[in-house]
Design a protein around this ligand. Structure first.
Ligand SMILES: [Zn+2]
Length: 296
């Protein structure tokens, strides 16, 4: 496993590509959800710190298994990050690799994230200095969300997987077993998790994790929420309880996610696929792990 230095990488990226002039340059003043910075999570983060601090950085972190075609035994799990304060196209261009796990099976998420959490905690408290237009500026760094698919989410949050009882991190619906499948019957009155129940849900303190068009206005979000609820309700009537899987149930929470983090494109896992594609091309099954890390 390889852990890379976040502070040094950020400094090199910001100074080497003169990214300071782009930070927050795309933030809109008008109403509606244009980007992750318009979501409630960003706006309320640490008493509005991210709205006020010109050079404050917030990150999205992701990890996922990348298949290694020429090696049946080894799998590769990179952890990478995206800077939210950059404009959309630049966010995808300037992704950073912060950890890499190579081995058999799945990685130990505690090991993978332990050092990263320590690095982020320190950067959040003390920040780091870098040079912008020949002046020293200071940036604090915070993680506001972790992108993970349903399988990776459970070990990262150290909670039950989606196919277990109470496996949904959004609500308190326990689900039920139906024909050997864990299903979620549509419940008009199911209640969302409170802050306390979310804390209870996460057995340990690792990362607190928390509609696709360019701009989403409140009326559109309201309409989308209403229609998705109707879709899920009718889905059960049409296809039966046996098909009310976790993926269908998640549609009930998509709008909460958009309210918190803005339009879906801003935190899509697809943004990281180019990076993973490049990494796969560098990887040769017989290559020593150290050589791969040096190449990266
Ligand atoms: Zn739920």
């Amino acid at each position: 496993m390889f852990i890379f230095n976040i502070k040094n990488q950020l400094r090199t990226l910001l100074e080497g590509h003169d990214l300071g002039k782009y930070l927050r340059s795309h933030h809109k003043q008008s109403n509606g959800l244009w980007d992750i910075s318009d979501g409630s999570l960003y706006r309320m983060f640490a008493n509005g710190k991210l709205l006020l601090d010109r050079f404050g950085l917030s990150l999205l972190i992701t990890t996922d298994g990348v298949p290694v075609f020429n090696s049946s035994n080894v799998s590769m799990w990179p952890a990478s990050l995206m800077i939210n304060e950059l404009p959309a196209k630049m966010k995808k261009k300037f992704l950073m690799l912060i950890a890499l796990w190579l081995g058999k099976g799945k990685p130990n998420c505690k090991l993978l994230f332990e050092n990263l959490v320590d690095q982020i905690k320190l950067l959040s408290q003390t920040g780091f200095q870098w040079t912008f237009r020949n002046k020293k500026v200071s940036s604090t760094v915070d993680v506001i969300a972790v992108i993970a698919d349903s399988v990776a989410r459970a070990p990262i949050q150290n909670c039950l997987q989606f196919n277990g009882f109470f496996g949904c991190s959004w609500c308190e619906d326990p689900g039920q077993t139906y024909n050997h499948t864990h299903v979620y019957k549509f419940d008009r009155n199911s209640s969302l998790r409170t802050k306390e129940s979310v804390e209870e849900f996460h057995a340990s303190n690792s990362f607190h994790v928390y509609l696709e068009q360019k701009k989403i206005c409140p009326a559109e979000l309201y309409e989308a929420r209403k229609n998705l609820r109707l879709f899920v309700e009718r889905f059960e009537l049409l296809y039966g309880l046996g098909n009310m899987t976790f993926n269908v149930h998640q549609l009930l929470h998509v709008c909460d996610c958009v309210g918190s983090l803005g339009p879906l494109w801003g935190y899509s896992a697809y943004s990281f696929e180019d990076l993973y594609g490049k990494m796969m091309k560098m990887f040769n099954g017989s290559m020593e792990h150290k050589k791969l890390a040096i190449k990266l």
